[in-house]
Design a protein around this ligand. Structure first.
Ligand code: ATP
Ligand code: MN
Ligand code: MN
Length: 301
């Protein structure tokens, strides 16, 4: 089945009837932002977010008492999300099945927020083509001492390297410390090829420029370098979805960014949940039109 921007784009005026309780509860103490503020942010950006997140298995970071209290990462259904949050049984390594969560509309997004969700992380595949990933993410994780300028430069380098092998890519500020380079792909190959390609790509970069890049998780080897985290690209892994809020100080969000604009960005948390109007306006700009969409097979498929 062909996946095109047209088939994935939901109606732009997605709305929700989900009732949000405790709207005045402070979820981001530093930013003084409440559950109501978070829900309003998600209601506003839901159409943008759903274009990338709808019908992918998701994991949630839930912080029912706010980001400064206990948060937990939830992969499986706990039965309490209501009818707008859907389930998909997925085969586990041990041969059994577990129900994973997915949403497909603003009601689903808001039902998760009502349950204390701050972050939405998604698989590289969609529920109807679970074994056929359609997005590859290179998550650039800078070592503590590195300047954001180094991360930006690396993202641009990776864009160039991908372009050299015929792949269009897009940049996203993670809302945390790094940049994600996102490569939309036709769902024609399987998980083994997906992980293998991203691993070899990351390793080739670290071999070519060992002073700048590492492709292994080991913290000790990361000193002063950027870890190219290709491990988002395996079955069962997730990455933060575009427009998701982050459970961090100041309530930043994962924000798509145009390649030409990247030079002017000061930090990966440049946009926050207070910027819904600006994000909507940006999404309609020439820089971000078509962001995250391209029809291209993984090389060799
Ligand atoms: P930053 O820019 O700060 O690195 P990030 O979203 O890229 O932000 P990482 O720590 O690099 O954060 O990415 C970790 C990824 O692993 C997350 O995007 C998420 O999808 C996944 N993840 C996070 N927490 C858990 C968890 N408790 N269990 C499993 N996977 C997790
Ligand atoms: Mn990262
Ligand atoms: Mn990472």
């Amino acid at each position: 089945k062909e996946v095109t921007p047209e088939t994935k784009q939901p109606a732009p005026e997605a709305t929700s009837d989900v009732k949000i309780s405790s709207r005045d509860r402070v979820i981001f103490p530093e930013a003084k932002a409440t559950k109501g503020d978070l829900a309003d942010y998600y209601a506003a950006v839901a159409p943008l977010m759903l274009a990338h997140t709808a019908r992918r298995p998701i994991s949630l970071v839930r912080c029912p008492q706010g980001r400064a209290k206990k948060c937990f990462f939830q992969k499986h259904d706990s039965g309490s999300f209501g009818d707008h949050v859907h389930h998909v049984p997925i085969r586990e390594k041990d041969g059994g099945h577990e129900d994973y969560l997915y949403v497909e509309d603003a009601d689903g997004v808001l039902a998760c927020v009502q349950m204390g969700t701050i972050e939405f992380h998604g698989w590289d595949s969609h529920v109807e083509t679970l074994e056929k990933p359609d997005r590859m993410v290179f998550d650039l994780d800078p070592d503590e001492g590195l300047a954001f300028a180094d991360v930006k430069k690396s993202a641009l380098d990776i864009r160039r390297q991908l372009a050299d092998i015929g792949l269009v890519s897009f940049a996203m500020l993670s809302g945390g410390k790094g940049v994600h380079v996102v490569v939309p792909l036709d769902p024609g190959h399987g998980w083994d090829a997906h992980k293998d390609f991203s691993k070899r790509f990351a390793e080739a970069l670290s071999l070519a420029e060992p002073d700048r890049y590492v492709a292994t998780m080991s913290k000790a080897k990361r000193k002063g370098k950027i870890f190219i985290d290709y491990l988002r690209n395996q079955r069962g892994s997730t990455a933060i979805m575009p427009y998701s809020a982050r459970a961090r100080e100041n309530a930043p969000v994962a924000a798509p960014i145009g390649w030409e604009e990247l030079a002017d960005v000061k930090s990966a948390g440049q946009w926050t949940i207070k910027d819904a109007a600006a994000l909507l306006e940006r999404a309609a700009s020439a820089e971000l039109k078509g962001w995250g969409f391209a029809s291209q097979p993984l090389p060799g498929f």
